[in-house]
Design a protein around this ligand. Structure first.
Ligand SMILES: [Zn+2]
Length: 217
């Protein structure tokens, strides 16, 4: 997928340098971006904090490592596994923090199928069945053919049966279907909720995700 980019950089790396040299981190960052390391740990989600320690994003370990090696971020918590390369051993991060504060507009957060399902806790918003992501569909509450948009406020997790039953009808035209709850627009709360769902297995994330007033949420 990045074959075009890789080709140019690969030519110089024929002569492996076994001694740590200035620019090693840079070279390492390039290797990681090129996908030289293919351990499953590379796909592990990493929590990204702003310089202020506010959680702002989740990225894959591969991207997180590149940010750390480029000096854009530092590792706050480690996964506990080590990436071995011919140059150095690198601790895999679990939480990283940007060294410079970035203003992050919330509207730019990706509206994705995955995030909608996480917001709705993998629960069909009509019949309340909890299913796997693969078993769920996204339903436009106001159907697309009637002008409904693909927005946080108009998309909900929906099982296949309910989706079929609802078809292109409006909710008020159906007597036996109603929403479990109004689909929430994207907010700081949604963002934290999604991060918690993804990071629920990682104890390292907890102290960064549970703070402020949403402690009780
Ligand atoms: Zn359903």
């Amino acid at each position: 997928m990045q074959a075009g980019k890789m080709r140019g950089k690969r030519t110089g790396s024929r002569h492996h340098n076994t001694h740590p040299v200035p620019g090693t981190a840079r070279a390492e960052a390039i290797d990681i971006r090129m996908g030289v390391f293919r351990q499953p740990a590379m796909q592990t989600p990493v929590l990204v904090l702003n310089a202020s320690y506010e959680p702002i994003n989740i990225c894959g370990a591969r991207r997180a490592l590149v940010l750390v090696l480029k000096g854009v971020a530092r590792t706050e918590e480690e996964q506990g596994s080590v990436l071995h390369s011919h140059r150095v051993n690198i601790q895999m991060p679990s939480v990283i923090r940007l060294l410079e504060y970035r203003r992050i507009p919330h509207q730019t957060r990706a509206l994705s199928r995955k995030n909608i399902l996480l917001r709705d806790r993998n629960t069909c918003q009509y019949c309340q069945t909890v299913l796997t992501a693969a078993e769920l569909t996204l339903d436009h509450v106001i159907p697309r053919c009637r002008g409904g948009l693909s927005t946080w406020e108009n998309l909900v997790a929906c099982c296949r049966d309910c989706n079929r039953r609802k078809g292109s009808q409006m909710l008020h035209e159906l007597t036996d279907m109603r929403l479990l709850r109004e689909p929430r627009p994207f907010s700081l709360h949604t963002s934290r909720h999604i991060m918690r769902m993804i990071g629920s297995a990682d104890a390292n994330w907890r102290k960064y995700l549970y703070f402020e007033s949403d402690q009780a949420a």
